[in-house]
Write a protein that binds this ligand. Sequence first.
Ligand code: AHR
Length: 678
Amino acid sequence: MPTNHFSGRNLSTRLGLLLAAVNTATILAHAQPTNSIPTEPANPIPTLQIKADQVTAKVSPTLYGLMTEEINYSYEGGLYGELVRNRSFKANAASAAFWNVVGNGVISLDTNQPLNSALNVSLKLDTGNASKNSAVGIANGGYWGIPVRPNTTYHASFYAKGKHFNGPLTVAIKSTNGETVYASAEVPKISGKWQKYGVTLTTGNAAPSQDNQLVISATKPGTLFNKHGEVWFQQVSLFPPTFNNRANGNRPDLMQLLADMQPAFLRFPGGNYLEGDNLKERFDWKKTVGPLEQRPGHRSPWGYWSTDGFGLPEFLGWCEDLNMEPVLAVFAGYTLKHDYVKPGPDLAPYVQDALDEIEYVTGDTNTTWGAQRARDGHPAPFKLRYVEIGNEDWFDESGSYDGRFSQFYDAIKAKYPQLQCISTVGNEQPEKKRVHSRKPDLLDEHYYRSVKDFERESPTQFEKYDRNGPKIFVGEWAAYEDIQPWNKKSEKLAPTPSFKAALGDAAWMTALERNSDLIVMQCYAPLLVNVNPGGRQWRPDLIGYDALNSFGSPSYYAQKMFSNHHGDQILATDSRDIPTNPKLFFDATRDSRTGKIILKLVNSLGTPQPVKVEISGVAAVEAEGEAVVLKADRPDDTNSIQEPDKIVPVTEKVDRLGTDFTREFPPYSITILELKAK
Ligand code: AHR
């Protein structure tokens, strides 16, 4: 985990944000938010008014999306189907990290037998001690285990080359203690030249487990005096079935959780992962395309190795599988540890890289990079509307962003005038950082805030924005309960948030949705976390998993509910009384095709809250409707690997609705009420 990330650059800026929040709080203490309801015990029942004949704006059809990067073992050890950890032996130059030797074999890293210039190291196994009853070999325990499921076919593959060794090799999935063999296959012959080998491994009726390993072993010592032999390995891979059976594809359970959110877009590849700690470790997209064995891999700023098996083509394939629009972030010459490239001639190659990247995504097959995409298996261009220039460039103290943004903007608009350019410096930043010589089409704003801050800011945060200014992309946000994500103390908490955070998220989402004429896209971050010790670098995270299981946090379900029920028209709303302690949050939208009015109401109080709802501007509302409710007994309750479904939405039929009704909303609850209006 890059501790300096938490304590260094983020801390100072976030202290600034904190101060800003404190100031905002002071102002709000005197404000009269219109979208929260009074909760003073002495007050009459809070009254919420929906003015169905006043459509204030359209709900942005791209409002709900996903943000992702290689953090928390999101792809490697997460979404990416690969089960072998450190398959190319480059995670650590000094030793074969995550690899074990089997029996009396001897293993070592060898830079003298590279597969090629990208995978320029290999794992050597000395087979000299092998015998019929005592195998030698190499073993990999995956990312905190290798998942075994019953009656499942896995594909194992590897490059190998022998010297005085010509096989056979046995490839097996075994329990870590070696006692149970779940599946096994033989590669009969190994050549003296690098060659790729593959086998399929099918498990029987085994119970699901993850305390397992992949083992490749030999029982013959070698051909030199029948004693000595050596075999080198590279790119040792094991894939389970993937979502849509995509080759080099993704883990089905995680993909299903994401599909269920119905996301409209995917912001990738970062986040800090786009930037890298330094220029060499940026997301250099050209090294993430083409055959897997030609991708050298690189270190992620989150402290671990990425093989780049999950590269640009895989991001795009992911978009295709979930019908998401790509929001492509291009490296813009600034890194996490403050390296930057001066605007002008120095920056020109990076600008060209971005143009090439756009060509890879959108170009015809008769263009250089469109042709590469076709060779990578996707002749059809992808639809692209948004290009984000950098990530969090407000951290850049050199003042170079305006120049860098302008240079990218001019080049992109000249070649692709239809594309919209997103600046990473938003309204939340101090004025001196908000210098834009070119007017960005959108501003990417990030909000990692406490529940309290979100509750306080939700009613008014975006009401104050200039509607003639650039549109807003809330490209990263999450509510944390009390401890900031960049505070070391957060490492002691569960990686996924509690219901308390989900309440803060939902309050915030009522604001995002109500203002979605301005906020055209938003996405929670980070999306994924491997919950094993050492798996997480940031919390809170939306979806947790280990090698075998996965679960959505309460925040995940809040997201899913909002995304699945949003209609296309924002309706004017009001509350009758002046709130002094807003703990109820709401917004109302309509699906213009069905006429359904969708009321979202968040009750953060620990007591049931009766609310009077008055709907004007419609002839009638049917007595029967539907409610989707997410609630918890205690705000600290949450989901986990052990209790994945402790807090999940429940859909129920509701009656006694109308244009004027009172309903009691449960303590600690998020409710979506669908009203059939005529
Ligand atoms: O979401 C975690 C990190 O927070 C992102 O990588 C970065 O953009 C932000 O600082």
